[in-house]
Design a protein around this ligand. Structure first.
Ligand code: HEC
Length: 197
């Protein structure tokens, strides 16, 4: 079967797309065919990524926080970083800025009301996601510029703004995953499906 046949078969029978078929397809896909039908090794673009390059991009933090890096930060340290790198967009005390940058705190208890206020504090189910997000995406105009210590400190500060951690809290790879977010039970797992009640 040529790779074209494989494409058509997979499109016609999506339900039959097993993991094995997907893997076979993935393995077959890079093989391109020249005009005369001879197989080429590939399109001849790019090069294999080095282990260091993969590691630099491999920064996802799952809810359990298992891959959180070393480092630590306090609420006070986070407040200082916030004043220089975040306040312009997110406003004093994370109350929200003038543009598209929303509030980072407040709104706890508002989700079931007519005016739900979704913030990190009121909406996000896992504190560890805050580390992942801030490290990869903020400041908006300079992403991935923060040190891990700064990110831990910002997590401590932002969580303290909603009263989720105390003002003397220290966030690190052990304490952050233990933070209980107010809306931790407010999401329904789509997969794996929860057992029928
Ligand atoms: C130049 C403006 C700007 C700066 C500076 C900035 N942010 Fe943001 N931030 C945004 C915007 C815009 C969004 C919304 C992004 C989106 O929805 O894609 C956002 C989203 C966020 C969110 C997600 C909020 C939510 O509920 O979805 C967090 C958390 C956050 N920023 C934290 C920070 C922190 C911490 C800093 C400082 C290190 C920072 N931001 C600096 C503009 C900014």
């Amino acid at each position: 079967m040529s790779s074209c046949d494989a494409t058509i078969a997979l499109r016609l029978r999506p339900a039959a797309l097993t993991l094995a078929a997907a893997l076979a397809w993935a393995a077959a896909a890079p093989v391109a065919f020249a005009a005369d039908g001879a197989a080429m090794a590939g399109p001849g673009l790019g090069r294999a990524a080095s282990a260091a390059e993969v590691a630099a991009e491999d920064i996802s933090i799952a809810p359990d926080g298992a891959t959180l890096p070393p480092g630590r930060g306090t609420v006070a340290e986070g407040a200082a970083v916030y004043e220089t790198k975040c306040v312009a967009c997110h406003g004093e005390g994370g109350q929200g800025g003038k543009g598209t940058a929303g509030a980072l705190a407040g709104g706890i208890g508002s989700l079931a009301s007519d005016a739900p206020n979704k913030t990190v504090g009121s909406f996000w189910p896992h504190a560890t996601t805050l580390f992942d997000y801030v490290r990869r995406a903020m400041p908006y105009d300079s992403p991935m510029s923060l040190t891990d210590d700064e990110v831990y400190a910002l997590c401590a500060y932002i969580l303290s703004l909603s009263g989720i951690v105390a003002d003397d809290a220290v966030m690190d790879a052990k304490t952050l995953p233990r933070v209980a977010m107010p809306n931790r039970d407010g999401f329904v797992a789509y997969w794996p499906r929860p057992p029928e009640k």
